[in-house]
Design a protein around this ligand. Structure first.
Ligand code: AMP
Length: 215
């Protein structure tokens, strides 16, 4: 099954994507994770992306289209994938539509996680991340030992784009550039909207219900 996960920053896409990947045996592909790894490794792509990411802006479409084209052509995603953080603009969605037929792939479902803006700011400012990809929240989902990852014992960090000024820019970018995708995919009749407020397990139950209709 090939799935797109849409939702504003802080809507819990990453958390839900990991749970979906485990249950439905699809590959979790997060463009944010791919970009952060490139920034950490100081690659040319990472150097170019970093300046946009720090400011809470979207990285130019062409860079993302190249990333996704390469990633979807790799053999480990043939059994199905879940895209988390791509597409984020209409041109990215259009590019994806052109790429997929040549790979023999198609989008089965678009999950749209809906969370009101006022909750997103609280979620993002309290979020703490581990390099292994697991995320925590100081108040809603704290690690067992403060500052340490429950899974790998790594040091938790506060993403530079989870600071107040960048959060507001990211929400603005979401509303202006990404939200129009909901309409775009609604018109194709492949969207399921999920209420992303409340308990992680309850949200996952809704996500599973939507996906079970497709398998
Ligand atoms: P995320 O981890 O999905 O919140 O992404 C973190 C940041 O990476 C975003 O704020 C953007 O700067 C950049 N980014 C990730 N995915 C994309 C994308 N599809 N298009 C443009 N920029 C992206």
């Amino acid at each position: 099954m090939d799935i797109i996960l849409l939702g504003p920053p802080g809507s819990g896409k990453g958390t839900q994507a990991k749970m979906v990947a485990d249950k439905y045996h699809v590959k979790h592909i997060s463009t944010g994770d791919i970009l952060r790894e490139n920034v950490r490794n100081g690659t040319p792509l990472g150097k170019e992306a970093d300046s946009y990411m720090k400011k809470g802006q979207l990285v130019p479409d062409q860079l993302l289209v190249n990333i996704i084209k390469d990633r979807l052509a790799q053999p480990d995603v043939k059994g199905g994938w879940m895209l988390d953080g791509y597409p984020r603009t209409i041109p990215q969605a259009e590019a994806l539509e052109k790429i997929l037929p040549s790979l023999g792939q198609k989008i089965d479902v678009v999950l749209n996680i809906d969370v009101p803006d006022k909750d997103l700011v609280d979620r993002l400012s309290g979020r703490r991340m581990c390099k292994c990809g697991v995320s925590y929240h100081l108040q809603f989902n704290p690690p067992k030992v403060p500052g340490k990852c429950d899974v790998c014992n790594g040091e938790l960090y506060h993403r530079s784009d989870d600071q107040a000024e960048a959060i507001m820019k990211r929400l603005d970018a979401y509303h202006k550039q990404t939200q129009p995708l909901i309409d775009y995919y609604n018109k194709k009749g492949i969207t399921a909207t999920i209420n992303g407020s409340g308990d992680i397990k309850k949200i996952f139950a809704e996500v599973s219900k939507a996906l079970d209709k497709k398998v």
